[in-house]
Ligand binder design. Structure first.
Ligand SMILES: Nc1nc2c(c(=O)[nH]1)N[C@H]1C(S)=C(S)[C@@H](COP(=O)(O)O)O[C@H]1N2
Ligand SMILES: [Mo]
Length: 198
C-alpha cells in the first residue's frame, strides 16, 4: 500500500523533491543481485584506464581528509530521501592523489559483485561528491554499500555505486549496468533523465 511507505512532502520540503518523486519513509535498500560482504581490511580501490595505475587500501582512504556530508538521495524508481548524513572523503581529494591522463573525460565505477555505472568527469569530480564509509553516524551497513560506496547527490542514485572497488578512466563515454539496460546515460533528476536518450 503506497500510503504506508511514501509521504507527501510539506511545502518547505516540496521544492527539494524533484518531479515525479515521493519521500520515502526510512531508507530503502535498492540492490540488483546479492549483497557483497567485504571486510575493511580486504577492501581496495583500483585505479585503471587513463591514469597511472594505483591501488588505494582502506588505510589510504582513511588517511585523506574526512568530511561530514548532508545530501538528498533520489532513486529513479520514484523514492527520495532528504538530508541523509554521511562521513567520508571528497572525490576531489581522492582524485588529487591520482595521476590522470589529460585524455580522461569519463569514468566507469566498478563494484564488488560486478555492478558498474558511468559518469563524465564533469559529473564525477565535484566537491559535493564523496566516498562514504559512515551513514547516520554508524559504519555503512553492507546493504547500503558498506564498507565503502560512492555518493553523487546531483544525479539519480543508481550512479551512487555501492561496494566501490575501482575507477576506470576513459576518453569517451561507455555505459554501465543500468545505462546499458535502458536508463539514461547521465540521470539528472530535476530534468527527469530516467530513460536512455541514446
Ligand atoms: N553496486 C551497486 N551499487 C548500486 C546499486 C546496485 O545494485 N549495486 N543500486 C543503485 C541504485 S538503483 C540505487 S537507488 C542506490 C540505492 O542505495 P541504497 O540501497 O543505499 O538505498 O544504489 C545504487 N548503487
Ligand atoms: Mo535506484
Amino acid at each position: 500500500m503506497a500510503g504506508k511507505f511514501f509521504q507527501k512532502p510539506g511545502p518547505e520540503l516540496a521544492e527539494r523533491v524533484p518531479p515525479g518523486q515521493h519521500l520515502a519513509k526510512g531508507f530503502p535498500v535498492l540492490t540488483y543481485g546479492d549483497t557483497p560482504q567485504v571486510a575493511e581490511v580486504d577492501w581496495t580501490l583500483t585505479i585503471s584506464g587513463l591514469a597511472q595505475p594505483k591501488i588505494f587500501t582502506w588505510a589510504d582512504v582513511m588517511a585523506l581528509p574526512q568530511n561530514e556530508f548532508t545530501a538528498d538521495f533520489h532513486c529513479v524508481t520514484t523514492w527520495s530521501k532528504l538530508d541523509v548524513t554521511w562521513v567520508g572523503v571528497k572525490i576531489t581529494d581522492l582524485v588529487a592523489e591520482i595521476a590522470l591522463d589529460p585524455q580522461a573525460a569519463h569514468v566507469m565505477l566498478h563494484c564488488y559483485g560486478g555492478y558498474t555505472t558511468n559518469l563524465s568527469l564533469d559529473d564525477f569530480i565535484r566537491p559535493e561528491n564523496f566516498l562514504a564509509h559512515t551513514l547516520f553516524g554508524e559504519p555503512l551497513p553492507a546493504e547500503h554499500g558498506g564498507p565503502m560506496r560512492v555518493v553523487v547527490p546531483h544525479l539519480y542514485a543508481w550512479k551512487s555505486a555501492k561496494w566501490i572497488n575501482g575507477l576506470e578512466f576513459l576518453a569517451s563515454q561507455a555505459l554501465g549496468f543500468w545505462e546499458r539496460n535502458g536508463y539514461h546515460e547521465r540521470g539528472e533528476p530535476w530534468a527527469e533523465e530516467r530513460y536512455s536518450s541514446l
